[in-house]
Design a protein around this ligand. Structure first.
Ligand code: CA
Length: 241
């Protein structure tokens, strides 16, 4: 275990189930906080962003676990999100992934099964972090192009040297810092809005990605590196060439 315990937020309205899950995970060395509804979840997250959130789908008060997952993913691309679904919930993998969840588990479940899912999600987050840390040193391949992170220059898919605009560079850097992760359009927009380009509004993300695809993809009509994640935003696949 790392020196600092991994922090988990459990959102489950059934007090018995919540207590059981929290007690089990605390016993496994996690720093666990349990809350019973969406409003309490939002308050807890505003106080301290956890490393991972375990969200029951069916919650009281009109805001379900999917809505919470979408909100959380908008705040953080690296937060681990696991959904707890009941047998009666209309849910499939696609719905879960579209709202930004990493994984889901159907009730009733073995606590050990939940533990295994949490560890898998956290391993992925750690690997991402390592990639991000190694990046400032040099160059990174994006599709058929190579980005030099120090100069902001791109060797395009066609082999031409291209000086990126600040907005393009910021966007590509964000992708390379979070590989294999669906990045929410709102999250990207927020990161780009500081660069003082007035076009940094809503559709501007789509336009920028489209422009970047022409520079980095072998076939911009069938993007392999900068992929679209329907209903969420975009994902950088480092293996996609
Ligand atoms: Ca419930």
């Amino acid at each position: 275990m790392a020196a600092e315990a991994t922090s988990l937020l459990v959102v489950e309205d059934d007090p018995f189930q919540r207590e059981a899950v929290c007690a089990y995970l605390a016993g496994q060395g996690f720093a666990v906080e349990g809350v019973g509804d969406a409003m309490a979840c939002r308050a807890a997250v505003r106080a301290a962003m956890p490393d991972a959130a375990i969200l029951d789908v069916g919650l009281p008060g009109g805001e379900d676990g999917f809505a919470l997952a979408r909100w959380l993913r908008g705040l953080s691309p690296t937060l681990g999100i696991i959904m707890l679904t009941a047998a009666g919930d209309v849910v499939d993998r696609v719905v879960g992934l579209e709202c930004g969840a990493d994984d889901y588990i159907t009730k009733p479940f073995e606590p050990r099964e939940l533990l295994a899912r949490i560890r898998a999600v956290m391993r992925r987050a750690t690997a991402e972090h390592r990639v991000a840390e190694s990046l400032p040193a040099g160059r990174v391949r994006i599709g058929a192009a190579v980005l030099d992170l120090r100069s902001g220059k791109l060797m395009t898919a066609e082999g031409k040297e291209d000086q990126l605009t600040e907005g393009e560079f910021t966007l590509l850097r964000l992708f390379t810092e979070h590989p294999n992760r669906a990045l929410h359009r709102d999250w990207l927009l927020e990161r780009l809005s500081g660069d003082e380009e007035p076009e940094a509004f809503d559709r501007a993300i789509d336009l920028r990605v489209m422009r970047l695809r022409r520079k980095v993809e072998r076939n911009p009509a069938r993007p392999m590196a900068l992929r679209t994640v329907r209903g969420v935003g975009y994902l950088f696949d480092p293996e996609g060439v």
